[in-house]
Design a protein around this ligand. Structure first.
Ligand code: URA
Length: 246
């Protein structure tokens, strides 16, 4: 791969800025100054530094975001802040959220540029578990849990069996819900079908991925190697070489 493309792919500057800076001697490869923007570099084995900073080539990036309420699960929008706007500008190229959480839902969202992994995780055939914490207006009962377990019929489809664990049953109940599909407003609609209202919803887990309790709403971090390995195993993919973390 050309040296100027390597650096441009990693969003450290535009191709023309980088050509100029390479010619000025601001880039080293394996410790030697290289002034030819067309110099061939190997993204896996060569160590490339720009302005003294090591620039690791990554094919894929994977971030765990604790989505706050009030932002939408989209890549860009003219009026409303998106989950992608929560990441620094130099990391936003080509990334997208894997699935959607409603604007008022908080919690775990995977953000990546890896379309194949996203597709595998979202595939309706794979039934990846999604676990949520919810606060419900109304007393949630054992009968509700049984209804979740047997599959709640909605207007347009019948939900797959889902787990409902009651943590607190009261005027405002607290529950843990695990669903294996991801239809529009699904959990809200499931409770609505039982005459109850979701007043707070937060996703805690998606497949093997568990929301990091250290992340405040709006904060993100890269997935660890182990988290990525487990997700890829779940999706039946191998990603070791493409996802080189800093
Ligand atoms: N179910 C919902 O109703 N909303 C979400 O954001 C996710 C699941």
């Amino acid at each position: 791969m050309r040296l100027d493309k390597y650096l441009a792919d990693m969003n450290v500057g535009t191709r023309s800025e980088l050509k100029r800076d390479i010619r000025k001697g601001l880039v080293t490869v394996g410790g030697s100054v290289i002034k030819d923007p067309g110099k061939n570099v190997d993204p896996v084995t060569d160590e490339v530094c720009y302005l003294g900073r090591k620039i690791v080539y990554e094919t894929f990036v994977y971030y765990m975001l604790n989505k706050p309420a009030g932002v939408i699960s989209a890549t860009d929008d003219k009026r409303t802040k998106t989950v992608i706007d929560l990441l620094p500008e130099d990391r936003r190229k080509d990334i997208f959220p894997v699935g959607r959480l409603d604007k008022d839902t908080e919690g775990l969202l995977l953000i990546t540029n890896d379309g194949e992994l996203a597709h595998a995780l979202l595939s309706p055939r794979r039934h990846v578990d999604k676990k949520y914490y919810a606060r419900i207006r109304g007393v949630v009962t054992r009968e509700d849990a049984l209804a979740f377990a047997s599959g709640i019929p909605l207007k347009d489809f019948t939900c797959m069996p889902a787990d409902l664990v009651i943590e607190r049953s009261s005027e405002i109940s607290e529950v843990l819900v695990t669903i294996r599909e991801g239809k529009f407003h699904q959990i809200k609609r499931m409770f609505e079908a039982l005459g109850k209202e979701v007043i707070y919803l937060k996703r805690l887990e998606m497949g093997s991925l568990i929301l990091d309790g250290e992340l405040a709403p709006g904060e993100f971090r890269r997935l660890t190697e182990e988290e990525l390995r487990s997700l890829c195993a779940l999706a039946g993919l191998s990603r070791e070489s493409g996802a080189r973390q800093e």
